[in-house]
Design a protein around this ligand. Structure first.
Ligand code: MRU
Length: 372
């Protein structure tokens, strides 16, 4: 997508052939800062400290992290060690493991002297594939928006609620949940987005609002507790969210608070869609509630809020007594029964084993997909 007329992806290989560029997402929306990653450990810190975040972008960064690791040492031992270090950075988004498995599967059979070039090429391919995949998600998702638009008065926008940031910043480009929105906007369909602020880290407020604003998409920031009220009053036509891991049976793990939006949507007859690339499906599990590890992060993310003060200085403030015990669960699971459909790169399907198997028949042979 473009920032001030200049085309950007969220991650790129620098022309020196040795460095990876990223946007430091912890500085948005107030400062646009790019950071060079020069080593495996830089990549691991970037993921762990959420300079980059969002399931597909975490995977892409890990792939480049493997290339950076190979640059220093291309032995089998270094390959395994890089896998372990990068894999340990964040537990929930399955794209991380998917990307690392792709890289190791590709590099391991190669002689060490071919691994550096092969790793850089593969990381770039993983990024390009992510862009194409998200574009395809948008193409399928826009049909849903168009159908709703035909039932509205001419010129009335389709009101879409989204949670967290499943935008281009969470992927390499386009986003997942935002791809149908950008494509609808670009083709002249009137859309308006309700942006959940998404406490505690406020990815909706700081990232989704920023992205949509830069692209000229009509949007309104709301507190996380507003969605139910808006749905009760007919102000939400559709919810589209992303996913960090979706089971083979269609349970969706996404940013904490997604489940509550799905419950409110069901109670109010609002369609609730999840946009995801197939690399976000964990084909090895069926039961999202029991089998997906939920990341628990530092309580300071809840007790301290970052922002800009009235003098324009970026700062953080404590919003509770210093000694208050805090819990910070980063994700929750929305059971498949609450999901209207999954918007994937191959089309829209029901959130079920049958639905996914129809679109991805090559996965239907896996043990989990075979199990009744
Ligand atoms: O903790 P984050 O910011 O990495 O969480 C991101 C989300 O929950 C996104 O909705 C999800 O990764 C889908 S991104 C296309």
């Amino acid at each position: 997508m473009k920032i001030d007329g200049k085309k950007y992806r969220s991650i790129w290989a620098e022309p020196d052939g040795k460095t990876v560029g990223i946007i430091d997402q912890t500085r948005l929306p107030h400062s646009f800062v790019t950071i060079p990653l020069k080593s495996r450990d830089d990549a691991a810190i970037a993921i762990e400290d959420m300079w980059v975040r969002g399931a597909p972008l975490i995977g892409a960064t890990a792939a480049y992290g493997m290339a950076l690791a190979m640059q220093k040492d291309a032995s089998d031992e270094a390959l395994g060690r890089a896998y372990d270090i990068l894999h340990a950075t964040r537990p929930t988004a399955i794209n991380l493991k998917w990307a690392l498995d792709e890289v190791v599967g590709h590099l391991l059979p190669l002689p060490a002297d071919q691994r550096i070039a092969a790793a850089w090429t593969l990381a770039a391919q993983i990024c390009d594939r992510d862009v194409d995949t998200n574009h395809a998600i948008g193409k399928h998702g826009v049909d849903i928006i168009r159908n709703i638009a035909t039932r509205k008065a001419p010129g009335d926008p389709v009101n879409i609620l989204t949670h967290c940031n499943a935008g281009w910043l969470a992927t390499v480009d386009w986003g997942t949940a935002t791809s149908p929105i950008y494509q609808a906007h670009d083709m002249g369909l009137p859309v308006h987005v309700w942006v959940d602020e998404t406490r505690p880290r406020n990815q909706g407020a700081s990232l989704t609002s920023w992205e949509l604003g830069r692209h000229g998409v009509n949007h309104t920031l709301i507190v996380d507790n507003s969605g139910g009220h808006l749905m009760q009053h007919g102000k939400v036509d559709l919810c589209i969210v992303g996913s960090d891991r979706t089971t083979a049976s269609g349970d969706v793990c996404n940013k904490i608070g997604t489940y509550l939006k799905a419950l409110a949507a069901r109670d109010n007859g609002v369609p609730f869609y999840v946009a995801l690339p197939s690399t976000t499906v964990d084909w090895t599990i069926n039961d999202g509630l029991r089998e997906i590890p939920i990341e628990e992060r530092d309580g300071k993310e809840v007790s301290w809020v970052a922002g800009k003060d009235k003098d324009g200085k970026e700062t953080s403030v404590l919003i509770c007594p210093e000694t208050t015990p805090v819990a910070n669960h980063a994700f929750d699971v929305t059971p498949s029964r609450l999901v209207t459909g999954l918007i994937t790169e191959r089309g829209v399907c029901s959130a079920s084993k049958a639905g996914l198997a129809k679109l991805f028949p090559e996965k239907a042979g896996s043990d989990v997909m075979r199990a009744v």
